[in-house]
Ligand binder design. Structure first.
Ligand code: M6R
Length: 590
């Protein structure tokens, strides 16, 4: 959600900025812009739509020979996605790009209007630029500290100060920003994917620090101008993790990687379950996350409650953070997040920590805010996930919940060794399931012209439906709903029309006939039904079946099928699969 890139050095500044912006495209945006600077001037070029459009405009413009620059992809929050509102914004001697939301923008704007500032845009960012400019005396650092003291909200800022030709400045609060160190060049960016072509040395900017970048040096300045020694991290991204590797879309590449990343994530624990934290001492567990990560948590909830008998809730972070949560000393809060930067999930984590509650996180990005702040980080090994729709990371989150529940329940299970064997087999089974891609294309062919679809199931199967439905709607724009199968008759069934696709998920032997009865009910009202189940629970030859494995592993077999159906359907509908409209990969604002 919004992307920031900054560069100071000898390379072609425009090229570095555009390369960085292209790498950040996956975060989601609707306009983009750059500011180039040299000793004499600052040149700003902006456009709406994709980076390609910005690049075309840049190529048609006579550019200054720049020595530094800042760039931005904007996901509109204040004001529509037009050229005026696109970043960078320039007020007085300050030019800046911003990620985040300024909550007291109106109040600050009124004060600045009274001081004589005029505003050309509807953005909160222009207000920040004016605010910093209003404090600018001799010392930009003082002005920055004074400005951020006034701001309520979240921000990552990349700044050019007209009077300081040798430096760029960067700072952050509740929005990610990191610094990249090169040879006679330095960078900042929202995440490291923007910089991996140039450096493997990074500094993770902490809140309260101001980064001052020159060509040869990065200084971190704390309150009262104290110098802070930077902690430099070396991070190498493997070549195989970069680019689409021949696949048409990142989403497809990431689905196809599932067998490998599954093996990498679960193998250490299969060899030694003691590597997983011992959760048996907790009396209740709150799982908190957003979107797909929450749906992974929902599966965790069903497994932990059913097999380990620990009361467990799974809630959306944007709700959880504002409600009165009832904790006791034996409560554990588990955060789930691919990016580790989701604003609501971070806020829920901080709130729980403030109450003295132990927090654990299942997270992918090891350098993220959640990974750094949580008490017990537990990592999935998904590698970079670029497609906005999460696939492999979601599957791995589910896999870790399955292992956690299995470890908790192991001593009470009838045949734990057989379940362990199922876990060992699961990467191979997933590969075999993915190899049947043609079958899912066939299903996509049958549904892609519909505008509505339903997913129904009970208990854990319902949790799978939630993710199946989210995946299909976010990439294909088909309106989908997941419904507890038994709840359909209480209203929703009135929406079932002739030819409407309804996916029924059945993995639980005890609930098979109940869900099947609900599927028959929608069938008799004209729905086009697709049953996804196991060999053992098969209801007819038309069913899509997966090998029968334990309740801990079967979900890992069903999910890739739903992901591929969503992918193939979106493809047939000609959607922008990796960057669905209005969506951002990492939702770093509330
Ligand atoms: O990075 P996170 O896992 O915290 O992101 C949470 C959600 O924003 C994310 O899962 C979202 O729902 C995806 N678009 C789903 O594909």
């Amino acid at each position: 959600m919004c992307g920031i890139v900054g560069y100071i050095g000898k390379k072609n500044v425009k090229d570095v900025l555009l390369t960085g912006l292209k790498a950040l495209e996956y975060r989601g945006y609707d306009s983009a812009g750059i500011a180039l600077r040299n000793d004499d001037e600052i040149q700003i070029i902006k456009n709406t739509g994709r980076i390609k459009k910005l690049e075309q405009k840049i190529n048609q413009t006579k550019l200054i020979k720049a020595t530094s620059g800042i760039a931005h992809t904007r996901w509109a929050t204040h004001g529509e996605a037009n050229i005026t509102n696109a970043h960078p914004h320039q007020v007085g001697k300050i030019t800046l790009v911003h990620n985040g939301i300024i909550e007291n923008m109106e109040e600050l704007k009124t004060k600045l209007l009274n001081k004589g500032y005029e505003f050309k845009t509807e953005t909160d960012t222009e207000v920040v630029a004016a605010l910093i400019d209003s404090y600018l005396d001799n010392d930009i650092i003082d002005a920055l500290y004074k400005a951020v003291d006034d701001i309520v909200g979240s921000y990552a800022l990349g700044i050019i100060s007209e009077d300081d030709k040798e430096h760029l400045y960067a700072l952050r609060k509740d929005s990610p920003l990191l610094l990249g160190i090169g040879q006679e060049e330095n960078f900042f960016a929202s995440d490291l994917t923007a910089l991996t072509d140039y450096t493997n040395k990074f500094i993770f900017l902490e809140e309260g620090e101001i980064a001052k970048l020159s060509q040869n040096k990065i200084e971190l300045i704390g309150a009262n101008h104290t110098q802070i020694a930077p902690e430099i991290k070396e991070i190498n991204i493997e070549e195989s993790e970069k680019g689409k590797q021949g696949y048409e879309h990142f989403m497809l590449k990431e689905i196809m990687e599932e067998p490998v990343v599954l093996e990498k994530t679960i193998k250490p624990y299969l060899n030694n379950l003691d590597l997983l934290p011992d959760l048996s001492t907790y009396k209740q567990i709150h799982i908190v996350a957003c979107g797909s990560a929450m749906y992974a948590g929902l599966i965790g909830k069903y497994l932990i409650e059913k097999y380990a008998g620990i009361p467990c809730t799974a809630e959306v972070a944007s709700e959880y953070r504002y409600k009165n949560n009832i904790y006791d000393r034996k409560t554990l809060v588990i955060l789930v997040s691919q990016s580790g930067e989701t604003a609501d999930t971070i806020a829920a984590m901080r709130e729980a920590k403030k109450q003295g509650i132990t927090t654990m996180a299942i997270v992918n990005v090891k350098t993220s805010t959640i990974a750094r702040e949580v008490d017990i980080p537990l990592f999935i090994e998904a590698g970079p996930e670029i497609a906005v729709a999460t696939t492999k990371a979601y599957l791995l989150q589910v896999a870790l919940f399955s292992l956690i529940a299995f470890k908790l329940a192991k001593n009470n299970l009838e045949n734990p060794d057989k379940i362990l064997k199922d876990f060992e087999k699961i990467p191979r089974i997933v590969k075999e399931i993915l190899d049947k891609r043609e079958n899912y294309k066939e299903i996509a062919n049958q549904i892609y012209q519909n505008e509505n679809a339903f997913f129904i199931g009970r208990q854990m199967d319902f949790a799978i439906c939630e993710e199946g439905s989210l995946k299909l709607k976010e990439v294909s724009y088909i309106h989908c709903e997941a419904k507890e199968a038994g709840e359909l008759k209480h209203g929703t069934i009135s929406l079932i029309n002739k030819g409407m696709p309804v996916f029924g998920i059945i993995t639980d032997e005890n609930l098979r006939d109940k869900t099947l009865a609900n599927i028959k009910e929608v069938e008799s009202r004209g729905a086009k039904t697709f049953i996804i189940t196991t060999d053992k629970l098969k209801t007819s030859d038309k069913d899509i079946t997966v090998p029968n494995t334990s309740a801990f592993t079967v979900v890992l077999e069903i999910v890739p099928i739903l992901q591929l159906i969503a992918y193939e359907t979106a493809k047939l509908r000609g959607c922008d699969i990796d960057k669905p409209k209005n969506l951002a990969k990492s939702v770093t604002v509330e």
